[in-house]
Design a protein. Sequence first.
Length: 161
Amino acid sequence: MEEKTQSKFPTFECVISNSIEDYDSEMERFFLARGKLSVELARLRINDSQWAENYEKMMIYLSGLVDSLIELKEAPSHEFLIDLSLGEELEDDTTQRLLRTRDPLVADTAGAALTVRDMMFWFVRNGKDQKLAKSFTPERFQGLPFLRLALVYRSVSLSKK
């Protein structure tokens, strides 16, 4: 009688660590969150025309960040994110913000900010993994908190209209 080959989950070759990884690797979670954020920013770019240019710059920043992780080059400039985050500190309770508005853009920008926060979590986690630490560095991380803050500030601003 023939023996059946036991089925296995597929894997992928990781260009960052030069290793074979499972689809549940921690690194994969970062890239899934990044993909989700790109989709959210694309929708925001279409639906929030007043800020469309900023969302597009954020998408370009994300693309450059991924390139810097893979190719081990300098992270893209995040100066525009710092500029968007300057001024009066506006962060408030997300739930209260969502309760005070009927504008779906408030929820969309708040959701995108939470996705950035998820990326931040996985970025730090990956930076603690020896085989990924050369890519996921504190220097490449620096723009993410400003990206999150810019989205939060936009959400707060929209909620007050």
